[in-house]
Design a protein around this ligand. Structure first.
Ligand SMILES: NC(=O)c1ccc[n+]([C@@H]2O[C@H](COP(=O)([O-])OP(=O)(O)OC[C@H]3O[C@@H](n4cnc5c(N)ncnc54)[C@H](OP(=O)(O)O)[C@@H]3O)[C@@H](O)[C@H]2O)c1
Length: 311
């Protein structure tokens, strides 16, 4: 396993992190909690020391599973989030001081820790002044409840405002061979400010493992029908050309296709950790071992050639 530092912090995290949206059990079809605990255990056994979660993943279920699995494991760093409120079936951003206060206490309890290593605003909240949200987060640092503040899904203009008022260390963004939007202005701004990117969706929800010969049948409630849209046309057909190149590289190297997708993300040094979701222990074991390799310049060029003409 290789390790990288998050921004201007002392968090030395594994280049591959475990993501735990799937473990919440509400957006990715059924999951078995006893298997989920083994996923976290396998991640740690495979050298991963950084786990990403959020209260919204299964309304706390993902945090509870992680809390159970990391009991007594002092070297594991956890990143969780705040600011998404579930009311009935709808979810709305809420970064009010009051809501952050509620959420931190619940997260600490569910995770069974005294302090959260990285606490991230999950999505921007246009209805709460930044001063209120980040003022509350700074208080949480002073009180010893969190070590560092991060954000997620914050675009350039908003980041510029946040940088004026709070010492954030990371921006968690969707980033994969299929999704390169952040490269234009988000990544350069973060790099200039010494803020790391934490990538999510780097396997495109699974398609970038090359495991699908045909588009999978996906229910409406499944994240792959509304969040990762590569499983329906026109994206499905476009994706096949890119996947053919990735499969070719994987075959030549004798590695899984997922390694090529993860290594491509990690070839961008602004990314401190590639957060990868896993339903089974076998999946995270495979993803973790990607960190032992790097793509060659030739391989990166082959991928670069095929991406711009398809997306
Ligand atoms: N900040 C945010 O707004 C945000 C948004 C999304 C995600 N995230 C975080 O980032 C993490 C990673 O993103 P993600 O989980 O959404 O997507 P992802 O990592 O691109 O895809 C994860 C899915 O790919 C499949 N998979 C993973 N490894 C595999 C392997 N070796 N072989 C075959 N299939 C494999 C599994 O699904 P199947 O078994 O069902 O195929 C797994 O659930 C999340 O878990 C979450 O912690 C954050």
């Amino acid at each position: 396993m290789k390790f990288r530092k998050i921004g201007d912090s002392d968090l030395e995290v594994s280049a591959v992190a475990l993501g735990s949206w799937v473990l919440g059990g509400d957006c990715w079809g059924k999951v078995d909690d006893s298997v989920s605990v083994r996923v976290v255990a396998e991640a740690i056994d495979s050298g991963i020391n950084f786990i990403d979660t959020a209260p919204i993943y299964g309304s706390g279920r993902s945090e509870i599973i992680i809390g159970e699995a990391i009991k007594g494991k002092k070297d594991v760093m956890v990143a969780t989030k705040c600011g998404l409120e579930k009311k009935g079936r709808s979810i709305r951003p809420n970064l009010s001081g009051e809501f952050i206060r509620d959420e931190i206490e619940n997260s600490l309890q569910r995770l069974g820790v005294e302090r959260i290593d990285l606490y991230q605003c999950h999505w921007p909240d246009p209805d709460t002044p930044l001063e209120e949200s980040f003022g509350e987060l700074k208080k949480l640092i002073t009180e010893g409840k969190i070590r560092y503040i991060g954000v997620s899904n914050f675009e350039k203009e908003l980041l510029e405002e946040v940088f004026k008022i709070a010492p954030i260390v990371s921006n968690q963004m969707r980033y994969s061979i299929f999704d390169r939007n952040i490269e234009e202005d988000n990544t350069p701004l973060c790099a200039a400010k010494g803020v790391s990117i934490l990538s999510y969706g780097s396997l495109g929800g699974g398609i970038l493992t090359g495991k699908y010969e045909e588009p999978p049948v996906i229910s409406k409630s499944d994240v792959r029908s509304f969040f990762y849209k590569y499983y329906a046309e026109p994206f499905w057909s476009k994706a096949q050309g890119v996947l053919a190149v990735l499969k070719n590289i994987a075959e030549e190297r004798d590695v899984p296709v997922a390694h090529v997708a993860i290594n491509w993300v990690l070839s961008h040094k602004e990314v401190a950790s590639c957060i990868v979701g896993s339903r089974t222990p076998e999946q995270i074991k495979q993803s973790a071992s990607a960190a032992d390799r790097e793509l060659s310049t030739d391989e990166i060029e082959k991928i670069e050639k095929v991406i711009p003409c398809l997306f």
